[in-house]
Design a protein around this ligand. Sequence first.
Ligand SMILES: [Zn+2]
Length: 507
Amino acid sequence: MARIAVGGFQHETNSFVEHRADFAYFASHRDRPPLVRGPQVIEWLSGGSYALSGFLGAIGSGHEILPLVWASGGAGGIVTEDAFERIVGEMQGALSAAMPVDAVYLDLHGAMVSAGFEDAEGEMLRRIRAMVGTEVPIVISLDYHANVSPEMVAFTDGLVGFRTYPHVDRPETGANAASVLRELLVRGRPAGRALRNLQFLIPAEAQCTLVEPSRGIVARSKVLDGDIVSLSYLAGFPAADTYWCGPSVAVHAWTQAAADRAADALAARIAAAEPDFVADLLSPDEGVRQAIDLARGASRPVVIADTQDNPGAGSSSDTTGLLEALVSAGAEGAVVGFLCDPDAAAAAHAAGQGATITLDVGGRHGPQGVMPFRADWKVDRLGAGGFRTTGSVAGNMDADLGPMALLSVGGVSVVVTSKRMQAYDPAPFHHLGVDPALQRILVLKSTCHFRADFEPIAEKVLMVTAPGGYLSDPALYPFRKLRPGVRLHPLGPVSGPAGRKAAAAAD
Ligand SMILES: [Zn+2]
């Protein structure tokens, strides 16, 4: 029987949005559990849809599980120094109390940036490694959007990434991490480690694993195969301004030669596919025009992805570009989900169901040029915001989005929430009596996760770039820390001094 410490601390950091992820944010219950400690970790995560849930289900009953702390912040602005130190401090404290341990498993994201540490996971793992010494295996699971640093590979013994985007394999990833950890308990720490960081960024819109080239690349990821302990492709999160931002291949193997060989082979395949990472994107007016045309005579909803206001990439989830385009085009049977505006939700609750109120909705957090949308809104439906998720990305979890309201103006309705949630799950619609399958046009604030549950019911999916906190073209971000020579989108201009030279030459 082994003593296995488990925990997690996740955040996908968009360095370019203004708000900060503080301790209270991590501690609050939203579309994910609040920060949980000790036995609460098992209570909240067992049977759920996170990697740790899958790990707990797969590790087997022959081991003693020592839960430390688990917190997930989703995505947003830079993590405050206070939040990072308190949560990592709690993790260290709980680990210290649990020592000695035979192994450690951490359920991480891989794209967290804190005010103090650009490579927040690298720093966290450095501290955990320093505590457990050189003999104890550390296995981590990472989100597909991880920006992997050399430290994250050096301090660990197995690194297992999601193989899907939309992320429908989180528990399976945790189960794979459990298999790796069990093997390491028998054979000890592996000798080989390799990391290959690709020299171009991939916009999230072009990372979807339902289609090529990503589908064929993730199919090469594996665990416990011959000399390989774990081999993972991570697509990267391009809105995190870090030195190691971008796609990578991370390998742990029983020999260094095997690690290098496997990493080189997969990295070469990804490099060769660079021209194939493309996505078709439309302006809001063009997207709405096409959606209205397509919806005529269609029996299923036309889905518009409001990709740049995806809270899952750190956006505010309150921009109004598509709402404005729908109303001014006179769209009928259109529903926008989910727009976070606690003030509008409170005003709707104060007015009551059936009331009509003049109200500013959304547009309170930029970016520049985005304004609240003022209209005479009808309050169609109110909800307390507590429900259980039902979708395939993060289903079977208790969610609390605070007071919610369904507001409508003409033929356009908006699902208003008090806490941000990406439109990856149908439950918030049903909470307000909206059946998404019966709408003519569905606007979803999401980049790719919506595809898991909404593409199967859609007549067609249109990707639209209304202004938002996440930019679908990483070349538009003012990177300061990214290593030089990285192409800022596939086949695009390069970062750093070389990039500035190229721009100057083009003037
Ligand atoms: Zn992700």
